[in-house]
Design a binder for this molecule. Structure first.
Ligand code: GRG
Length: 292
């Protein structure tokens, strides 16, 4: 299967599974279900879910047992974007090319939709038919990557350094938590669900660390050089809120070189796995030159 075709199949399968996990509701609380669905369905590159499914398959696991976790990680990711856009955080009106959740549903509904998605993520993941010891280990990885030791902690560092310079060491730590933690969780969960050995998990984690940093640097570059329409969210927001980013510390050329170097290292780490095709190599390359 060609790259584009496989990517499309992945996105459609993930979308269907998310639809099943988040059905329309006619309950008295349906307004929050609508906001949850708005936040997670119909858009997004699905990078985290695809990484999880690909690594699970490369380690001999099946899609069926990994899909609940693939949905869960997209729900956690969507929750973080919904909350990140709130007026009390980044105050962003646009996300994924449409009004952000709070703009469409109001602040209270968006706050609750984020809470609802975070909770639904664990409900959905716990429905996996993976052996209980693997499922439990995967749930722990997901929780740790989302909470204070992971994404949430990264968000706190980010917010606390608005309008004041952040030392480079702390910036790298913040990136590792805010952006890297969920990507690392995705590949590790894929491996763990398939019963991969420690060696494989280590190499997958190394790979995710490389693409995680590259992913964030690209995000910083796009915030300066990107096109709002292609990006689906406002550009220039980092500078507006006085944030230190890779682009305040390095030139565009240096940032691009760093992305290329990290992408090369990540690709080399993929050699440690027996892939059925070139899909993940191509995805790794495409992430480095993404426009959204
Ligand atoms: C509110 C706890 C909490 C955390 C928020 C993820 C996050 C932390 C903030 C979002 C802002 C941001 C730029 C984060 C860096 C990670 C990143 C580039 C997210 C966007 O991920 P994509 O590009 O998004 O995979 P799509 O829309 O494709 O799913």
């Amino acid at each position: 299967m060609q790259y584009e075709e496989k990517y499309r199949v992945y996105v459609e399968d993930i979308e269907r599974a998310l639809e099943r996990a988040l059905p329309e509701s006619d309950a008295p609380y349906r307004s929050v279900v609508q906001a949850m669905r708005y936040g997670v369905l119909g858009a997004g590159k699905r990078v985290r879910a695809i990484l999880l499914l690909e690594f699970c398959r490369a380690c001999g696991g099946s899609w069926e047992l990994a899909m609940p976790f693939a949905c869960a990680i997209e729900m956690v990711h969507a929750y973080s974007l919904i909350h990140d856009d709130l007026p009390c955080m980044d105050n962003d009106p646009l996300r994924r090319g449409k009004p952000s959740c709070w703009k469409a549903f109001g602040e209270t509904a968006a706050l609750l939709a984020g809470d609802g998605l975070l909770t639904k993520a664990f409900e959905t993941a716990s429905g996996s038919t993976a052996p209980p010891d693997r499922a439990l280990a995967a749930l722990q990885i997901l929780a740790q990557s989302a909470g204070d030791t992971g994404m949430l902690g990264g968000q706190v560092i980010d917010l606390e350094y608005e309008n004041r310079p952040m030392p480079e060491e702390l910036l790298m730590r913040m990136y590792g938590q805010k952006t890297g933690a969920l990507l690392r969780a995705a590949v590790k969960i894929g491996c763990v669900l398939a019963g991969a050995d420690e060696n494989k998990i280590f190499f997958a984690d190394q790979y995710a660390q490389k693409i995680g940093l590259a992913f964030q640097i690209v995000d910083d570059i796009l915030d300066v050089t990107g096109d709002e329409q292609a990006l689906g969210k406002p550009i220039g927001s980092d500078q507006e809120s006085g944030k230190t980013t890779f682009m305040t510390l390095y030139s565009l050329e240096e940032a691009q070189k760093q992305v290329e170097a990290l992408t090369d290292e990540a690709r080399r780490l993929l050699d440690k796995f027996a892939w059925e095709d070139e899909f993940l190599c191509t995805l790794t390359d495409r992430l480095a030159v993404r426009k959204n």
